[in-house]
Write a protein that binds this ligand. Structure first.
Ligand code: 0GY
Length: 306
C-alpha cells in the first residue's frame, strides 16, 4: 500500500511537496541517502550543532519514499543531531525493516551500544569532515570507533570537500572496513570532469575495490543552479558528466539517494520528483540504473535479501 505525501501543517511552508517523477523507479529501488530531523520536541537537536534544521519526521519520510516509488531507504545521521542517534533509530524501528541507518558514534562507545544499533538496523558509521558542519575529530578517535564497528561488518560513510581529499586520502585508505563517499567528494563542477581534480577523486576510488560512491546531490553541487520555475524537468545538468563518469567506471559500487529534506540549501527547496528524473541522465541504461538503485544498495544494506 502506498501513502500519499501529506505535509504536517507549518512544515516547510515554502515547499509544495515533490512532483511525481516521470521516470519510474525499478522495483526494489533504495533511496540510499536521506535524513529524519527531530521532531525537536521529542528528539532535541545537539547542543554542538552548526545549524538547526526544520523538523522532518519519519512519517513524512516514509510518505516521500512511497510517493516517489522507492521500496526502502537508508537514513543517515546528520550533524545537527550529533551522536544522539535516537531520532534515526526511532525511524528505523518504525519502518518494519524497510530502512537501514548510518549512525554517528563517539570514541568509547560500548559494544552493547553498537549491538543495539545493529539490531535496530544500523549498518554504518559516518565521519563528517566538512568544516562548516563539524569541528574536526582527532583521527585516533575515528580509528577507535572503527575498531568498535568492524566486528559487525559495518562500513564508514565519509563526507568531505574535494579540496580536502589530498590531506585525507592516506588516512581514509588506512581505514580497514569498506568506505562510502558522500556526494562524489563534492567536486567543483565548474571544472573539467576529465581534468586533474576529478581524476584525483576517481583515482581514490580506484585505490581499493571496497570504496563506494554516492552519485548524489546535484542540487548541492550545481553551479548552473536550480531549474526554471516553468515546469522544466531538466535541472542540474552541469553535474551530469561527473556522476556519469563514476557510474560508468564503477557500476557495482555506486549508490543514489535524494538527501531529503536537503539541509542547508537556502537558495531553493529541491523537488525530489525532479531529482528522481535526474537518474536516467547519469545512468543511461536500464542495467546501470538497476545496479545503482537496486542491486548495489541491497548488497550493502540488505545482503540477506540479495
Ligand atoms: C547532507 C549534506 C549536508 C549536511 C549534513 O550531516 C549533515 O549535517 O551532511 C550539507 O550541509 O552539505 O548530506 O545532508
Amino acid at each position: 500500500m502506498t501513502t500519499e505525501f501529506v505535509k504536517t501543517p507549518g512544515w516547510l511552508d515554502w515547499y509544495a511537496g515533490p512532483t511525481r517523477p516521470a521516470y519510474r523507479l525499478p522495483e526494489g529501488a533504495v533511496d540510499a541517502h536521506c535524513h529524519v530531523f527531530g521532531p525537536g520536541a521529542a528528539f532535541p537537536y545537539a547542543p554542538e550543532r552548526k545549524y538547526t534544521p526544520c523538523d522532518a519526521s519519519k512519517e513524512e519520510l516514509s510518505a516521500l519514499r512511497d510517493r516517489l516509488g522507492f521500496a526502502r531507504n537508508v537514513i543517515v545521521q546528520a550533524t545537527c543531531h550529533g551522536a544522539d542517534n535516537r531520532a534515526m533509530v526511532d525511524a528505523l524501528r518504525a519502518s518494519g525493516g524497510r530502512a537501514r541507518g548510518v549512525a554517528t558514534l563517539r570514541p568509547g562507545v560500548t559494544d552493547a551500544e553498537v549491538r543495539e544499533l545493529h539490531e535496530a538496523g544500523v549498518r554504518g558509521v559516518r565521519f563528517n569532515f566538512v568544516r562548516r558542519l563539524v569541528d574536526a575529530a582527532p583521527r585516533r578517535d575515528l580509528l577507535d570507533v572503527v575498531e568498535r564497528i568492524a566486528p559487525y561488518g559495518w562500513h564508514v560513510v565519509v563526507y568531505f570537500e574535494a579540496a580536502d581529499l589530498p590531506d585525507l586520502r592516506d588516512f581514509l585508505l588506512s581505514i580497514p572496513v569498506p568506505l562510502v563517499v558522500d556526494h562524489m567528494g563534492r567536486p567543483d563542477v565548474s571544472k573539467d570532469p576529465d581534468g586533474p581534480d576529478f581524476e584525483a577523486f576517481l583515482d581514490f576510488l580506484r585505490a581499493r575495490t571496497d570504496i563506494w560512491c554516492k552519485v548524489t546531490c546535484p542540487e548541492r553541487l550545481t553551479v548552473s543552479g536550480p531549474p526554471a520555475l516553468d515546469g522544466e524537468r531538466e535541472a542540474y545538468r552541469d553535474v551530469v558528466p561527473f556522476a556519469r563518469r563514476v557510474v560508468e567506471e564503477f557500476p557495482d559500487r555506486v549508490l543514489w539517494g535524494t538527501d531529503w529534506p536537503h539541509p542547508n540549501l537556502t537558495d531553493h527547496m529541491p523537488d525530489d520528483g525532479l531529482l528522481v528524473d535526474f537518474v536516467p541522465h547519469i545512468a543511461p541504461t536500464p542495467e546501470l540504473r538497476h545496479r545503482l538503485l537496486v542491486d548495489n544498495p541491497t548488497r550493502l544494506y540488505w545482503p540477506e535479501a540479495d
